[in-house]
Ligand binder design. Structure first.
Ligand SMILES: *[C@@H]1O[C@H](CO)[C@@H](O)[C@H](O)[C@H]1NC(C)=O
Ligand SMILES: *[C@@H]1O[C@H](CO)[C@@H](O)[C@H](O)[C@H]1NC(C)=O
Ligand SMILES: *[C@@H]1O[C@H](CO)[C@@H](O)[C@H](O)[C@H]1NC(C)=O
Ligand SMILES: *[C@@H]1O[C@H](CO)[C@@H](O)[C@H](O)[C@H]1NC(C)=O
Length: 308
């Protein structure tokens, strides 16, 4: 960088070049999202720097319209609204011949081409501008892990992993974690798009799987448990769940009823005896038609009783 500059200065002193020359030591810059970047630009010009103008423009990677970043003329710098507060401009470029800017809090939208253009009338010919390519790198966002297929022995199971953000595009790697959270290589095929295919899952392969999305600036992971039946088992699971639920409700009702009954026997034996007599005909009546309902009917009566 210095050598180029020294050479330029030397050439200028010697007087071989009578044209404006704008240059940068770093034409390609990578910066991590959120960080600051120094975009360097220096120039050489022969006449006095009285009519010096310096213009910084930007063309985003996702558009073709140039956007003004800053404009310098007659010792004053105007910073475009979008860059106010995060652009640190050069100071006294007329004496330093340095038009370097510093941009802070870089975002993905700041990726693109920055142009430094210097004019110094009447020194109008020569290389008056330089382009600097800035790439904002972002570590992969937390990936989404998902299971597809029947998680049953002998079946094809596919695990997918995807990070919504990340630049450059993340690479995905699946590993299996044992109970000590040590990772092991997986028995399957992993594609660069984050898809892991386990063609014939066996008992051995159930467990916790981890996807690691990695790029040049960092990594993020997600875990997924591969246990029996999260896919096909949903219906069976729902049925079993419902059945278990019913059994549980019956048990709870029975338990409450039983307890109430016990309590009653201990506490209000006398009054209960009376109540039983009163209830008896009704219970018998029900029993004749539907035997199952008898229990429900009498239980209901007994549960309600303490309130009466
Ligand atoms: C130009 O200025 C920046 C700071 O604003 C400095 O880091 C850089 O080294 C300077 N370049 C030259 C060639 O002096
Ligand atoms: C899957 O593996 C089991 C035993 O590990 C084997 O019996 C079966 O034939 C295999 N199925 C396929 C489709 O490879
Ligand atoms: C910037 O990052 C890309 C990967 O996204 C890499 O290929 C390139 O070499 C990097 N350039 C510099 C100057 O570090
Ligand atoms: C993810 O992969 C990167 C790069 O290979 C590695 O440095 C990092 O330790 C891995 N992270 C985990 C949690 O395995």
């Amino acid at each position: 960088m210095c050598s180029t500059l020294c050479l330029l200065v030397l050439i200028n002193i010697i007087g071989c070049v009578e044209l404006i020359t704008v240059s940068t030591p770093h034409k390609y810059i990578n910066v991590t999202k959120g960080d600051s970047v120094q975009i360097q630009c220096t120039f050489q010009t022969v006449p006095e720097t009285k009519a010096l103008t310096i213009e910084w423009n930007f063309v985003s990677s996702s558009s073709i319209t140039p956007q003004q970043v800053s404009y310098y003329q007659s010792g004053e710098t105007i910073i475009a609204k979008a860059y106010q507060g995060r652009l640190q401009p050069f100071s006294s470029p007329a004496t330093t011949s340095n038009a370097t800017i510093i941009l802070s809090n870089m975002q993905s939208s700041d990726s693109g081409v920055y142009t430094c253009e210097v004019h110094n009338f009447p020194d109008v010919s020569g290389k008056s501008q330089v382009n600097i390519f800035v790439k904002v790198l972002e570590k992969p966002s937390d990936p989404y892990c998902a299971v597809h297929g029947d998680v049953e022995a002998g079946h094809l199971v596919t695990l997918t992993c995807h990070s919504e953000r990340g630049s450059p595009s993340p690479m995905y790697k699946w590993t299996r974690l044992d109970h000590t959270m040590t990772s092991w290589p997986v028995l399957g095929r992993t594609t660069t798009t984050g898809i892991l295919e386990i063609t014939n899952i066996s008992q051995f392969e159930f467990g916790t799987y981890q996807c690691n999305a990695t790029n040049a600036v960092g990594f993020s992971t997600c875990n997924i448990d591969l246990t029996h039946d999260p896919g096909n088992g949903v219906i069976a699971g729902a049925v079993i769940g419902a059945l278990l639920g019913c059994v549980l409700i019956i048990l709870v009702v029975w338990f409450i009823a039983h307890n109430v009954k016990k309590h009653k026997y201990k506490a209000v034996k006398a009054s209960e005896a009376k109540e039983m007599k009163r209830q008896a005909p009704q219970a018998q009546e029900t029993a004749e038609s539907v035997p199952v309902a008898t229990t429900a009917g009498s239980l209901h009566a007994e549960v309600d009783e303490p309130q009466a």
